[in-house]
Design a protein around this ligand. Structure first.
Ligand code: ZN
Length: 322
């Protein structure tokens, strides 16, 4: 299991702290979606569990601990995620603390991965506090969060925060090409620069993006119903359409200001529209879309949010003409 190229510095820094004997007992791992946060947590876990790691700290991949981990059966690697609901419940945390009370199975570390940490409800968060205050020895808790502000301050203050950044575009493209991805540049654009999202999107995303963009233009021309489209667009996810809208609106603002669009294939159509719409209103739409992105993943109705955006957009060109 290799460290992603744009995360080697963060990994090396933690290995140096490990050698110095001052690894934190709880890490709050944050950063944008699709850049490999979970992967980073797993590489770190592998390194800590391995019985004979390489000099740079990375796991050997062949010792008994590595084999157990690869089979998904390592007893000292505990992962916690929402089960049937979107919430991590208190009994899951209680189960975890009970297991942490038992002795370790192997000589190395014990690692707990909680993802997404924001999914802990209040009771679950409170139940975890005691473990964060008095952690068992040689145990690392890794909390993954894309919206750490949603976590209680009591949890945040007991973790060391590590923010992983969006990789530089060149590094992301090079990595995607190594994975054999075709149309890497376009996919990276559609993924908002996040390489793991680009990899997961695949060619069907190109088709979906094309369809949604055509309907976006239809909305502005009064040829489509925003409420009906919102219901369709949220399948299979609302995150992607809202991210794409953000890119289109951002491009329209750039075009109005005389700059080039970031996505070449939609530039012509957006140029025509942007000329007819008031710049202030475009900025207001962009604010609305950014707020929507911030809200996604919390307990909100995604369809209602998307409806609001599409209705606002569908009315913009008409407002410009009156
Ligand atoms: Zn190993």
């Amino acid at each position: 299991m290799n460290v992603l190229p744009w995360q080697t510095d963060a990994f090396t820094a933690l290995q140096q702290r490990r050698q110095a004997g001052n690894l934190p007992h709880a890490l709050l791992l944050t950063g944008p979606e699709g850049i490999g946060r979970r992967h980073f947590a797993e590489v770190l876990a592998a390194s800590l569990l391995c019985l004979s790691p390489y000099a740079d700290g990375s796991a050997c991949g062949s010792c008994q601990a590595c084999q157990l981990r690869q089979a998904g059966t390592h007893p000292d690697l505990l992962t916690l995620s929402p089960e049937e609901s979107r919430v991590i419940r208190i009994d899951q945390i209680r189960g975890l603390t009970e297991r942490l009370g038992l002795s370790r199975h192997h000589a190395a570390w014990r690692v707990v991965i909680i993802e997404p940490a924001e999914a802990m409800n209040v009771a679950a968060g409170n139940a975890l506090l005691k473990t964060l205050e008095e952690p068992p020895p040689e145990t690392l808790l890794i909390l993954l969060a894309s919206r750490p502000a949603l976590l209680p301050a009591t949890i945040r203050s007991r973790c060391q925060r590590l923010s992983l950044a969006m990789p530089p575009r060149d590094a992301a493209l090079a990595w995607l090409r190594e994975q054999g991805v075709e149309a890497a540049e376009t996919l990276l654009d559609l993924a908002g620069g996040a390489p793991l999202t680009a990899l997961a999107l695949g060619q069907e995303a190109l088709v979906r993006h094309g369809n949604l963009f055509r309907q976006w233009i239809d909305l502005a021309d009064g040829r489509a119903d925003p409420v009906k489209l919102a219901a369709e667009w949220i399948k299979p996810d609302a995150e992607r359409p809202i991210q794409w809208i953000q890119a289109w609106v951002g491009d329209m603002i750039r075009l109005r200001q005389g700059a080039r669009a970031r996505q070449a294939e939609t530039e012509g159509a957006l140029q025509k529209l942007a000329g007819a719409i008031d710049l202030v209103r475009l900025h207001r739409l962009l604010d609305q879309v950014q707020e929507a992105r911030r809200l996604l993943g919390s307990q909100v109705n995604e369809q209602t949010i998307l409806e609001g955006i599409l209705i606002y957009w569908a009315n913009l060109p008409r407002q410009a003409r009156t």
